[in-house]
Structures are given as C-alpha cells and as structure tokens.
Design a protein around this ligand. Structure first.
Ligand code: SAM
Length: 350
C-alpha cells in the first residue's frame, strides 16, 4: 500500500482529509505524488473552466496603511516607504485603460488607508459600475465593519479578498501586532459572506515560523470556510521589515498546495499570484499547470508600481503587467490554455 497515493485518491474522491493526513501529504511529497496531484487538479479545473484562464486588472490604489503586519513592506512603521494614494480620476482612468485592453474585472487593492471612508469608496465603486456595467469589482482593502462591507456591496462591489494569513492563532500572533487577531479576521470573512460578497481567503507559503501543521490548518480552514477564491503565494522578505533575513517561500510547495486546494474545492477561483511569478520566472505558468485558473496583471499607473512594494523584487514592468496582455495570452497558449475576456465568475453550475 502506498499511503501517499491513497491520500491523493481520497482527496480527489471526497475533497477532504484530516489534519494529520494533510500534514503527511505535504511532508512526504515526492515527484510521483506531485505529478498525480497535478493531473487530478488540472482535470478537475477543466471540468468547470475548460482551458480558460481568467484575468483581473489589479489596481494598487494606496500604499498608506494603519496596520503594522510584520511581513509587509507597506506596514505603517516602514519609514522608507514612499507613500501614495491614487485619486478617483486616476483609478477610473486605470479601469478605462483596462477595459480597452479586455479586462472585465478590476481588483482595487491597498493598505488600510483612512481616506477610504465608506462614502469615498461607494462613490468610486458606483462610478466604475456606471462606466463599465459589464465588469466585476473586487475589493481588497482589509478589515472593516459589517455595516461598511454592506455599504460597499450595496454600491455595486461584487467580490472581496481578505487573506486569513494563517489559521493558527499562535502563528498569527507571530506575524502581526496584538491589535490584529485571527478571531477578528474570521469575523470579517464571515461578515463578508453574510453580506453577499464572493469571498476570497488565503495565506503565504513559507511565512516566518510557519510549520507543516500550520499549512494543514490552512487547508482545513479552506475546506470548512469554502471560499469562492483563494490567494496563495510564497512569502518574500522585504528589506525594511524584521523578516528581512528570512528566506522566501518555496515555489514548488506553493504549486503543490494549489493542486491540493483545487481538489478541496473543485470550482474555486485560484490565482497564480504575482509573488509566485516573482520567485520563479515561469511561476505563473507553473501555477496554472498545477490547477490555478486566474492571473492578476498589474493595471496600476507605472509611476506607482514600484512604490507598492509588499516584498523585494516584485515584478512590475514585464509580462505581469496589463499592458503586456498579448504576451500573457501567448505564454498561456503555449502551455495549452486560453485567456478569456469575461468577468470570470465562479462556476456554480456543475
Ligand atoms: N490591506 C489589505 C489586506 O491586508 O488584506 C490588502 C493589501 S495586503 C498588502 C495584500 C496581501 O499581501 C496580504 O494579504 C499578504 O498575504 C500579502 N503580502 C504582504 N506582504 C507580503 C510578503 N512579504 N510576501 C508575500 N506576500 C505578502
């Protein structure tokens, strides 16, 4: 009996493993297991999404943040961070440019910037929806009250990304100051769901102090929470954080986990992240070949891309940029996939 292969068969059949089983699957992985998982994961995603890859235009709206997450380059106490905030007109300009390029989802991501009041954001969201009624708006703006999430949803936002970062409380407290808690993260995620958003959680692979058990807990959390989307990318150190000397997360493990997550929730929207494309040149292609089905090219104005530095070495002027969509289309075609121009909603029809 080969326990590893049996676990992969079980995951493929039941979409669930125990914590111990996830841990075993990660710690004992080998080439054979990786290939088998990848094959099951790509077969599964094809059932829901054929060979289609969804693209989202990522607009990095502000690097001003009131939080001090220890791993993050735009954390409030990084005095070397050159701060900026895009104006509404600039954001609408990015959407216009993105629309012409073929994007039908815009992701507004940024730090927890105090200027982003409900009123400011609702006005922006309704303007985007008015200009582009056939587009989805995704927000990734951190923790807010349920009332605030409700207002954003009512003004037209469709999706919200809020990574849980780690599903283990002790690990959470090693990555964040004490005013930020896993408990509140989970309250926010549940509130987002209740309000009606399509919700994304997620975590970094190889974040400082992360154990295999922690990753197993993340996978179990994803099973239980059943998000519509899940952002999983390698941790990459930033030179102006206390984790500057830590090593970056492993691309191979990240891809292995993408395959597992595809099998946990077959119709999930799963990005091959910019961080994965940063740690390896062909990281995003490898992510797609492991079961991911979303890519988020950068649509921010060129002048701010370097300033939105969550980690060192972020790719920002090459094929990951929205303006290079044609190159991305070619690189996806070369591996048997096709970039499509639609909103790319979750497929709940199967
Ligand atoms: N403020 C919002 C939030 O916290 O959800 C959105 C912006 S936040 C910078 C987006 C994500 O970047 C975080 O959820 C985190 O997982 C990721 N991130 C931050 N620092 C990182 C690093 N050093 N390496 C990899 N990913 C990082």
């Amino acid at each position: 009996m080969n326990k590893l292969i049996d676990l992969i068969e079980k995951l493929n059949d039941t979409h669930s493993l125990t914590l111990d089983e996830y841990e075993y699957l990660i710690d004992n992985r080998n080439d054979e297991a990786t290939e088998l998982l990848k094959n099951y994961a790509t077969e599964t995603r094809k059932k829901y999404y054929k060979n289609h890859v969804f693209v989202r235009g990522l607009i990095e709206v502000s690097n001003i943040c009131k939080n001090d997450c220890y791993y993050c380059g735009i954390r409030k106490s990084n005095i070397y961070c050159d701060r900026y905030r895009l104006s509404k007109a600039e954001i609408l300009g990015c959407c216009k440019e993105g629309y012409a390029l073929g994007f039908r989802t815009f992701v507004l991501q940024g730090g927890e910037d105090g200027v982003f009041t409900d009123e400011w954001l609702c006005d922006l969201i309704s303007s985007i929806k008015k200009n582009h009624p056939d587009c989805a708006v995704t927000l990734s703006l951190g923790e807010r009250s349920k009332e605030s999430y409700q207002k954003l949803y009512d003004s037209g936002a469709d999706r919200y990304l809020l990574r849980h970062e780690t599903a283990d409380e002790t690990h959470y407290s090693k990555l964040h100051p004490s005013n930020l808690t896993l408990e509140n993260r989970i309250v926010c995620l549940n509130n987002l769901k209740e309000v009606g958003f399509q919700v994304g959680c997620g975590f970094m692979v190889g974040s400082p102090y992360q154990t295999t058990r922690n990753i197993a807990q993340d996978l179990k959390f994803i099973e239980d929470f059943s998000p519509d989307m899940c952002g999983v990318g390698p941790f990459i150190p930033h030179k102006d954080t206390i984790f500057k000397d830590e090593k970056a997360g492993d691309a191979e493990l990240c891809c292995y986990l993408l395959s597992i997550i595809r099998l946990i929730k077959p119709n999930i929207l799963l990005p091959a992240t910019t961080a994965l494309g940063t740690v390896e040149n062909d990281g995003r292609e490898k992510g797609i070949l492991s079961g991911a089905n979303v890519i988020m090219p950068n649509l921010s104005p060129l002048s701010v891309r370097k300033k939105y530095a969550l980690y060192d070495g972020k790719i920002s002027t090459g094929e990951e940029s929205a303006q290079s969509l044609n190159k991305l289309k070619k690189s996806m075609n070369a591996i048997g996939y096709k970039v499509v121009e639609n909103r790319g909603d979750i497929n709940n029809n199967l």
